[in-house]
Design a protein around this ligand. Structure first.
Ligand code: 5CU
Length: 387
């Protein structure tokens, strides 16, 4: 019972010290460089996004020091974090370097988690992780399968964080078929996370900081990648595959009925999938990094409705009461912070980005206390086999 009340953060990032050192050794994006600031002090800066102003952004121990992660967790009452490497992962590397670094970073993350403090006696650690695959062009399938096997043998790594490019052709690339199979068989959770956004021309000429690429580009990228996966039939071929979507699935919940209708009316795709497109939303997991109660409630309604499509598919009848829909939907949603991104612009005790996401969960109309506790932590403990 007590375990269900833990606060678990499933969207929290790190640049492991080995990766940060690698970024420091580079002269092109992504990179960490040192400059002298206006106060005459030396400081490190991070450059990761294409078209980011060359001055980059501040970067410091909160990105790589485990003690800083634990302090952040303590400050916000977070009991357990499932930590993932931050973007752009290994995407920019040649295949052999990516393979070697993935293996080393997976070992590093295992040690980072395995030596973290324990909770509830010794039954739980405070840190678990998502490993990395060398998903780059020219990678061999064998390299990917070997790394899946490595991750599944590391006891504190519970999944794999993945960007949207796959081995260069996206995640619906037929070449990745054995990789999905291996991941599903290993029971690893894939955390799908954006990095590239969408074509920057869409953002126009006005200076709007990072707002458009982060608020819209990131979630649209996730929306497109997930839709391509659905269209490729991956979830029909691998029904046990567990995919967790960053930023509450972007625009996919809002667009899922339109997607279903477009499929139904498209002669190329209409008979390809085993289910209505909305069914597949019920197969997915969504972080609760949406910053608003209404958005969380909406996403859970849409996921809950997906279950009705599953029931219909199984000829078990369809319509469900609203309360029941919400219960089914919320069970697939999990609290996250996006730490160490989105730090407050001025000093505050707690980070606004974290407080807002917790308040959003608290304020969802129609979620019971049991459901809210599930989203705060119980669902994560279940998904990652920690309960
Ligand atoms: O602020 C950003 O650029 C980011 C990022 O790159 N990755 C992420 O997970 N959140 C915010």
């Amino acid at each position: 019972m007590a375990a269900r009340r833990l606060l678990v953060d499933i969207h929290t990032h790190v640049y492991l010290p080995r990766y940060a050192a690698f970024l420091r050794s580079r002269n092109s994006v992504p990179r960490i460089f040192t400059r002298t600031n206006d106060a005459g002090e030396s400081e490190e800066r991070l450059l990761i996004l294409d078209n980011e102003p060359s001055v980059g952004r501040p970067v410091g121990a909160q990105y790589w020091d485990r003690e800083e992660k634990l302090k952040f967790m303590d400050k916000h009452g977070i009991d357990v974090s499932v930590v993932s490497s931050a973007n752009p992962w290994l995407d920019f590397l040649p295949a052999s370097t990516a393979h070697k670094l993935a293996g080393e970073l997976n070992e590093d993350l295992e040690a980072y988690c395995a030596t973290s403090p324990s909770l509830q006696g010794d039954s739980l650690k405070r840190l678990y992780g998502f490993g990395l695959l060398p998903l780059v062009p020219e990678v061999t399938v064998q390299s990917l399968l070997d790394t899946v096997q490595q991750i599944s043998g590391l006891p504190h790594l519970k999944g794999i964080i993945m960007g949207t490019r796959g081995a260069g052709q996206g995640l619906d690339d037929d070449a990745l078929e054995p990789v999905w199979e291996a991941i599903a068989q290993a029971g690893l959770v894939v955390f799908l996370h954006p990095h590239y956004g969408v074509d920057g021309k869409a953002w126009g000429e006005k200076e709007n900081g990072h707002v458009l690429p982060l608020a819209l580009g990131f979630p649209f990228e996730t929306t497109i990648a997930t839709t391509r996966l659905i269209l490729s039939g991956v979830f029909d071929r691998h029904p046990t595959l567990r995919l967790l979507l960053a930023h509450s699935g972007g625009a996919l919940p809002q667009l899922s009925s339109r997607l279903a209708s477009c499929i139904d009316h498209d002669p190329v795709v209409a008979s390809r999938l085993q289910h209505d497109a909305r069914y597949y939303l019920g197969k997915l997991y969504f972080d609760a990094v949406a910053y608003g109660s209404e958005e969380l409630g909406f996403v859970s309604d849409v996921i809950g409705r997906a279950d009705a499509f599953a029931a219909r598919a199984a000829s078990a009848g369809a319509s469900r009461a609203v309360g029941e829909k919400c219960r089914l939907g919320s069970a697939k949603m999990l609290f996250g912070t996006d730490h160490p991104f989105f730090p407050p612009l001025s000093a505050t005790e707690k980070w606004k980005s974290v407080v807002e996401n917790l308040e959003a969960i608290d304020g969802v109309e129609g979620w019971t206390d049991v459901e809210k506790n599930g989203v705060r932590g119980g669902n994560a403990l279940k998904l990652f086999g920690l309960a």
